[in-house]
Design a protein around this ligand. Structure first.
Ligand SMILES: [Zn+2]
Length: 261
């Protein structure tokens, strides 16, 4: 622990070192830390939610459908960690309007949000947003904010760190910073733009949640008070990319999610 304490000021300054621009942030922890942390945390989340996780062997079609959307995003070849991370999907049977992704790419959707969304581009947009948090390794920032640099360092460098169960429950409600949310929104649009989807599918989700009048605080809205601004930003990026119209695949979405309706 002593040498860890000595290293802390350096780590703090390195983590805070940001060039301000997108994807230029420097992460002092090796990517393997995300892989290891993600595996441990996902095991803990899986056991915590065991009784309400949709069994992948009994919901083959629904899982296959979600994985096909994930694959369209991965096929972009724009993800640096496409092969490093698990990109595994689990569905939690609960009415919560949310989705989240652990470090290392373990993606969780609540049936609540799957029922709330109305088309495949919206789901792809939300999935892209969540995957971007893992790809861009935003958890380092969020965990520092939530638990402090000392605990973060212990988690990232100590493979025997024994308080991960607590961290795991916190990860379902990880609070990302405003910049991280904007960055994930941007990447969601960029990744979807190279598919046949409407690239601003995630904006569709925000429009719908806006119409609800702020009930509930999904992960996407946790640190950003203004979904309207986020819709604007996504539309701006989409226009900069060329404003190509994509598909919503509404019928296909309703057909494939009929099992949970
Ligand atoms: Zn987010």
């Amino acid at each position: 622990m002593k040498s860890l304490n000595k290293a802390l000021p350096i780590l703090v300054s390195l983590i805070l070192l940001s060039c301000g621009g997108l994807t230029k942030k420097f992460n002092v922890f090796p990517v393997e830390s995300d892989v290891r942390l993600g595996l441990q945390v996902s095991q803990s989340i899986d056991s915590q939610y065991e009784s309400i996780l949709l069994d992948s062997s009994r919901n083959v079609d629904l899982y296959r459908y979600l994985y096909s959307i994930r694959d369209s995003i991965l096929k972009n070849n724009q993800l640096k960690h496409a092969n490093d991370f698990a990109w595994r999907i689990r569905i939690i049977d609960d009415s919560t309007l949310n989705a989240f992704c652990t470090p290392g790419g373990y993606i969780y959707f609540y049936t609540g949000i799957l029922r709330f969304l109305e088309s495949e581009d919206e789901l792809a947009g939300v999935m892209g947003h969540e995957m971007a948090h893992a790809e861009l390794r935003h958890s380092t920032d969020a965990l520092t904010r939530q638990y402090g640099i000392q605990i973060l360092t212990a988690i990232m460098v100590d493979s025997q760190y024994n308080d991960l169960a607590n961290i795991a429950s916190g990860l379902t409600q990880l609070k990302y910073g405003r910049n991280d949310e904007s960055e994930s929104d941007e990447f969601s649009v960029r990744w979807l733009y190279n598919t046949s989807y409407n690239a601003i599918g995630a904006a569709g989700f925000f429009k719908k949640i806006n119409a609800l009048g702020g009930s509930g605080t999904p992960e996407f809205l946790s640190t950003h008070p203004d979904p309207g601004k986020r819709i604007e930003n996504m539309e701006k990026i989409w226009k900069e990319l060329g404003g190509k119209t994509g598909n919503t695949y509404k019928d296909r979405y309703l057909l494939n999610t009929r099992y949970i309706r």
